[in-house]
Design a binder for this molecule. Structure first.
Ligand SMILES: C[S@@+](CC[C@H](N)C(=O)[O-])C[C@H]1O[C@@H](n2cnc3c(N)ncnc32)[C@H](O)[C@@H]1O
Length: 220
């Protein structure tokens, strides 16, 4: 997807995807990955998510990547964190202690950037990308990860014809197609969430159904 699309969203503060609280699926299912404090966690397309803070509080070195500098700056400012910055070849690194956000393009990351990462938290990342990019995203993600890395993945599914993403609808069969070569896929949550208050914007756009699904992906 054109980075300008996201730059505009952040500049204009059209960030309906941003949650004010920790994501409940993260707090409920994260421990099922069985990671220990000290093991690194990667948060692709992280926005200014509070979930970075929760993962940091669990004792994980956290690495996010986010293309919008507005979002990265907002994360550190809004959390009152004295940030340090380093300019690298194709991105800038913003960090406070072991919590780091790369301001740059996910597709430019190299395996060396993710050294020590044992877990991935993907909420509103895969589903932020249109069909043609999702395969590229997964292909790139697996080249970046060490063999034993596990993933907690949160997706949405709705009738394609009823709404143009983002968020895009990503079906279970697509998850299977994208990930089955590399991971065991266990679905741990599946619920129609259209009637929840925070999803009123989707209902008013004419959606008749919207399922949220959570998967644990463990390496084969
Ligand atoms: C739907 S938002 C989700 C943000 C976050 N995961 C959350 O739960 O709030 C998707 C984010 O991905 C960022 N993004 C889109 N394409 C990207 C890319 N190629 N590399 C890095 N970040 C990207 C956007 O700026 C946006 O903040």
């Amino acid at each position: 997807m054109d980075p300008e699309f996201w730059h505009d969203r952040w500049r204009e503060n059209r960030i309906g995807f941003h949650q004010q609280e920790f994501n409940t699926h993260l707090t409920e299912y994260w421990r099922k990955l069985g990671l220990s404090p000290g093991q690194g966690v990667f948060v692709p397309l992280c926005g200014k998510s509070h979930d970075l803070t929760w993962l940091d509080q669990q004792g994980h070195p956290v690495l996010g990547i986010e293309i919008s500098e507005v979002a990265v700056k907002a994360y550190f400012e809004e959390n009152d964190l004295q940030v340090q910055q380093q300019q690298k070849d194709h991105y800038s690194l913003w960090y406070k202690g072991a919590l780091k956000i790369i301001c740059g393009d996910f597709f430019d990351l190299k395996p060396a950037d993710l050294q020590g990462v044992k877990g991935v938290y993907d909420r509103a990342s895969l589903i932020a990308l249109p069909t043609e990019y999702r395969q590229r995203y997964v292909q790139h993600l697996v080249t970046l990860l060490e063999k034993e890395a596990k993933i907690l993945l949160v997706t949405l599914e709705y009738p394609h014809a009823e709404m143009q993403g983002p968020p895009f609808s990503v079906t279970e069969s697509e998850i299977e197609r994208l990930y089955h070569q590399y991971f065991n896929i266990e679905k741990v949550y599946d619920q129609d969430i259209l009637n929840m208050d925070e999803n009123a914007r989707f209902k008013s756009q004419g959606l008749t159904h919207m399922s949220e699904k959570v998967y644990l992906l463990t390496p084969l």
